[in-house]
Write a new protein. Structure first.
Length: 368
């Protein structure tokens, strides 16, 4: 029996199994087996294709945002409105056939925006340009799901297709530590109670993936899917934002009813009529969680007019890489004033984490 047949057999068994307390262990194992087989199937397809999927897109700017949506939802018009880029727009489907990049400058940040070809149901299995389009989202900092106001339920299609290739939207990696050992079996330590998975199921899933001896530390209440994601190590975690386009064609009552029937909080806009575009820019900026770092040259004055924009959680090393490729090699130490240090002018190293509005001086090695 090949992998596709095994996958279908598990799906059939799951559909016939009533989920209750008595069957939850069995169902949990089935889900883990299904995830493992799907990953193996993807690996086989990747090897047989002889090349990696995805468009060749060079990352630039302070962050990267990608547009995801079905054909003709207005992605190209929105790109043009946000960035001034010239992406082809027409009143028929599949106008965009490659990645069209643009740069949105907002509140001091330079945000790369990528208009991707529209996807269709089944994109994750290779329909259309599906896999190449979806793969771009793996390197994005934010996914904008663009919906047509008259086809709002396509959001689930986009989320499902992204999930099928291992992209977890609006989730964080599970807080688990697994240290393999030579013997001793599987020892589990919990910092929180487990309500979604039993220890016996957890151990069975680990054994399924070939982990027979390990020390496991659980720091959050995870389920079997999160555990499988962690073990496989092939998942990407990306923030998302759902945008409802073409609102100029409906009234407020129609919009209110849409929002009540959609799980995600939507940002209503009209790219064509230029409605709520500036508000969308603000929301994108906030969602990307930027901080401002003010640079002070050694012996000079702080530049408060033109801050360096970076992501929250950035370290001195991140700043060095952002400024120049040789900065890390020539780095000696840094001086920081602000909320991230105990006193002004504190001396710190490459792994110090900065906070918003910190003032930074980088001291280079002598002779550089």
């Amino acid at each position: 029996m090949g992998i596709p047949e095994k996958i279908q057999a598990i799906k059939d068994e799951m559909s016939k199994t009533q989920i209750n307390k008595a069957t939850e262990h069995h169902v949990g194992l089935l889900k883990a087996k299904l995830a493992k087989l799907k990953r193996e199937q993807e690996e086989v397809k990747s090897r047989s294709s002889g090349s990696s999927v995805g468009f060749d897109v060079k990352r630039t700017g302070d962050a990267t945002v990608v547009f995801m949506g079905l054909p003709s939802v207005g992605k190209s018009t929105l790109l043009n409105r946000l960035t001034g880029a010239k992406s082809a727009v027409a009143a028929f489907q599949f106008t965009t056939t490659t990645v069209v990049p643009g740069m949105m400058e907002h509140r001091g940040a330079k945000i790369q925006v990528l208009d991707l070809p529209g996807i269709i149901k089944g994109a994750s299995t290779g329909k259309g340009l599906g896999k190449r389009v979806l793969a771009v989202a793996k390197s994005a900092d934010l996914v904008l799901i663009i919906l047509d106001v008259f086809q709002p339920y396509h959001e689930e299609v986009v989320r499902t297709e992204l999930g099928n290739i291992g992209i977890r939207l609006d989730q964080k990696p599970p807080n688990i530590v697994i240290e393999k050992s030579a013997d001793g079996g599987i020892a589990v330590s919990q910092q929180v109670p487990l309500t979604k998975i039993s220890q016996s199921l957890l151990k069975d899933i680990l054994r399924m993936y070939g982990v027979n001896n390990a020390r496991v530390l659980i720091r959050e209440d995870v389920d079997s899917e999160q555990l499988t994601d962690y073990i496989s190590g092939s998942k990407t975690y990306v923030q998302s934002l759902t945008v409802m386009n073409k609102i100029d064609l409906v009234n407020q009552g129609f919009l209110n009813e849409l929002q009540s029937n959609i799980k995600s909080k939507i940002v209503p806009i009209s790219a064509d009529a230029d409605i709520n575009i500036n508000a969308l820019k603000d929301i994108i900026y906030e969602k990307l969680d930027f901080i401002r770092i003010y640079m002070r040259p050694k012996g000079g004055e702080t530049d408060y007019e033109d801050p360096l924009i970076t992501r929250n959680g950035s370290t001195i090393l991140d700043i060095c890489n952002k400024l120049h490729r040789d900065m890390k090699k020539n780095f000696r130490y840094a001086l920081v004033w602000g909320k991230s240090v105990k006193f002004g002018g504190q001396r710190v190293g490459l792994h110090h984490i900065l906070q918003d509005e910190d003032v930074l001086t980088i001291i280079k090695a002598r002779g550089t």
